[in-house]
Design a protein around this ligand. Structure first.
Ligand SMILES: Cc1cc2nc3c(=O)[nH]c(=O)nc-3n(C[C@H](O)[C@H](O)[C@H](O)COP(=O)(O)O)c2cc1C
Length: 401
């Protein structure tokens, strides 16, 4: 059955952005209902949302329909999650004090599902102690605030109060809707390539996009985990609610991971770490001379091997192996050598697998079994990998929710 998402839109200039969010949610096959405050309809017409959702948009608590249910109660009961975005200072104040003088605030008071609030307003309205106190009250009531960002505001002022980016709103909804089998668990994920500088303008790197590691981080977060992502240079948006540590070289990544690893329950090493770095970094740009150029390289530390050697009893270690031949043989050997609990192996030359794609075809290798999965999106694959890890934790008798 489709999950029901209720979106509350208030009188903020950012209201127009929610049309795109609603369109995205409908495409993801959610049932979306929209309630607008009367003032919100000054900024964008209800018809926009009625066309996108194929459902009536509610504004007036007392509007009569052919059916005789009490709409603010039935919408509240049907909702699996509510997002108020943009949330005006006025509606935040009403929510903080239990006012219910219109369709949106009446419905919010009747909701028992998770409520998310994404404030959007002028920086001085946002920083006003009254607004801040109301936001604190909402947090105390276990209402999740999706913090606004800093930037140029519609009124021309510069500062905090800009509606959070739409991908953050979408991810916050998906997190609220997900089961939370990893609640209370700490997960460390590495992602992306590393960059090994040769001189100030050149480097050695690889084609890793970071997509697999970023999807894993996003899904682990959605499943309730406290996620740290150590990321090489990528051009991806940071997943919502994930602690990111940006690194450049393999040595940087090694240092960051060494520091984070002891506190973790699960470590997934999805980064494509350079095996070698130039032995000497040349401080001036190397000039073109001669037919050939040789660069002597030194081996980088083997991060997965280090993690395997220092693995604690309760920890689960998951590695990745990209091979171009003898996949199963090489990956099984790697699992043993690096003391991994599971290894995700893929063949670069297989259709649908590889670096820059949104899909992957992998074989999940464990100590005494392996399973080849069909081609999956990296999002679906992330969930499959995390559920394999949860099964392994249960085998190890490490409790999961
Ligand atoms: C052009 C314009 C833009 C506005 N933008 C915001 C805004 O971004 N955030 C906000 O809290 N109020 C904003 N306001 C003020 C609210 O619309 C006003 O406080 C209104 O009473 C809110 O009503 P509601 O909370 O019932 O939707 C804006 C008003 C105007 C005229």
């Amino acid at each position: 059955m489709k999950k029901h998402i209720l979106i509350g839109i208030t009188g903020s200039i950012a209201a127009f952005k929610i049309a795109q969010l609603v369109s995205d949610l409908v495409k993801l096959d959610y049932h979306v209902d929209v309630i607008m405050t009367k003032n919100a309809t000054q900024f964008i017409a209800p018809m926009t949302f009625e066309t996108l959702t194929k459902h009536k948009v509610y504004v007036d608590t007392f509007e009569r329909e052919e059916t005789f249910d009490v709409k603010h109660i039935s919408l509240a009961k049907q909702a699996d999650v509510v997002l108020v975005a943009p949330a005006s200072a006025n509606v935040i104040a009403k929510m903080a004090h239990g006012l219910a003088d219109d369709m949106l605030t009446s419905t919010l008071l009747a909701c028992t599902c998770p409520i998310l609030v994404a404030p959007a307003m002028n920086v001085h309205m946002y920083e006003n102690p009254v607004t801040q106190r109301n936001i604190t009250l909402l947090k105390e009531l276990k209402i999740q605030i999706i913090e606004p960002t800093t930037g140029r505001l519609a009124c021309g002022d510069q500062g905090n109060g800009k509606l959070a980016p739409l991908p953050d709103l979408l991810q916050a909804i998906e997190i609220a809707l997900s089961d939370k089998p990893l609640l209370g668990k700490k997960v460390l994920i590495s992602a992306g390539p590393t960059i090994e500088s040769i001189d100030p303008v050149r480097f050695i790197s690889n084609h890793s996009s970071g997509k697999m590691g970023y999807h894993l981080a996003q899904q682990a977060k959605a499943m309730g985990a406290d996620v740290t992502l150590v990321s090489g240079p990528v051009s991806l948006e940071a997943p919502y609610g994930v602690h990111i540590i940006d690194v450049t070289s393999a040595l940087d990544m090694f240092e960051a991971i060494k520091k984070q690893a002891p506190q973790q329950d699960i470590i997934i090493k999805a980064a494509a770490v350079g095996d070698y770095r130039p032995t000497i970094y040349t401080t001036e740009k190397i000039k073109k001379k001669g037919e050939t150029l040789s660069i002597e390289c030194t081996q980088n530390p083997d991060i997965l091997a280090y993690l395997g050697e220092h693995k604690k009893d309760h920890q689960i270690l998951c590695g990745f192996a990209m091979e171009t031949e003898n996949l199963l043989e090489h990956a099984t050997q790697k699992l043993k050598d690096k003391h991994c609990d599971l290894l995700i192996a893929n063949n670069l030359f297989e259709e649908g697998a590889g670096f820059l794609k949104d899909t992957n075809v992998v074989t999940i290798i464990k100590k005494d079994s392996y399973q080849k999965l069909p081609m999956l999106s990296k999002k679906e694959l992330s969930r499959s990998i995390l559920y394999e890890i949860i099964a392994l934790m249960e085998e190890k008798n490490v409790s999961c929710h």
